[in-house]
Design a protein around this ligand. Structure first.
Ligand code: MG
Length: 284
């Protein structure tokens, strides 16, 4: 889930909480649950299924592990997951709408386990989708992998941002500006902001150090970067009606690189290796 509307510079001044080994271990458990839920949702996203049915599926899996769906009630959010279809960017509220052949849908899931939170998202195809839709999903997933490959001590948040932006824009897509990734762990939204684009002086961007835990989440549009929010107070959609895709992982910066906490059989070691493993596995 997204860190809300972005406030310029705010992420730079707020203190970044480093996590202990024990806290990261609990986030790893939360991350395994989130990854399993996303796998189940991807498998269940077929024509005729409603987003409300998928929300209930997710809640059941999360609670079966003694975890809680983090999004429910967060800032008043009325569901367990976000399910955003086609031109919807993020924060789509599950309901009675049935999926149709050719849709793309992003699922954003958070789980709280033993007081710690993990957050991740995938975008999947419903049946057969257009070549253009498939390409947008692939490039967005790759953008996340390029961002994760920069997540290591000595780099800055802006290096993650730049890698994501470069990959997406090199394919002719645009990066959403209004919403950004975030620190995560003890709370759903912590410092720092993790934008998917670069602005200003990279020297002012937070340096990555072991113990930082981040939700990296490119939101990539086929057309313009501009988004608008629906009257429901939640759903963001592209202003021009073009398709949008969203992939997200929660990662922990380690001494050597990073660990992706929201893949099943969580990877340890360098960010590049984690990204490669994600790619080899064919799913996030
Ligand atoms: Mg998030």
């Amino acid at each position: 889930m997204i860190g809300g509307k972005r406030t310029r510079g705010r992420g730079r001044s707020r203190r970044i909480a480093l996590k202990s080994e024990d806290e990261i271990a609990r986030m790893r458990r939360a991350g395994q649950i989130v990854a399993l839920v996303l796998d189940r949702l991807a498998a269940a996203a077929r024509p005729g299924t409603t987003t409300g049915e998928l929300d209930r599926l997710a809640e059941g899996v999360i609670r079966s592990f003694g975890a809680a769906p983090t999004f429910y009630g967060l800032y008043g959010y009325p569901a367990n997951i976000c399910a955003s279809l086609n031109e919807e960017v993020v924060h789509g509220i599950p309901g009675d709408r049935a999926l149709r052949e050719g849709d793309i849908i992003s699922f954003d899931v958070g789980a709280t386990f033993d007081g710690m939170i993990a957050d991740a998202a995938v975008t999947v195809a419903v049946g057969e989708v257009s070549r253009d839709a498939g390409r947008l999903m692939r490039v967005t997933r790759e953008s996340l992998e390029h961002g994760i490959a920069q997540a290591r001590p000595g780099r800055r948040v802006a290096d993650i941002s730049a890698a994501i932006q470069k990959h997406a824009e090199s394919h002719g897509y645009s990066v959403v500006r209004k919403l950004v990734g975030h620190g995560v762990g003890n709370a759903m939204h912590e410092a720092p902001h993790v934008p998917n684009f670069v602005e200003g002086d990279a020297e002012g961007s937070p340096e990555l150090v072991a113990g930082m835990t981040l939700a990296i989440e490119p939101m990539i549009n086929q057309g313009s970067w501009q988004v608008a929010q629906d009257d429901d107070g939640w759903t963001y959609r592209t202003r021009d009606g073009s398709l949008s895709a969203h992939f997200e992982h929660t990662i922990a910066i380690t001494e050597e690189g990073c660990e992706v906490l929201t893949v099943r059989a969580a990877g340890r070691g360098g960010g590049e290796r984690a990204a490669a493993r994600v790619e080899a596995g064919g799913q996030l």
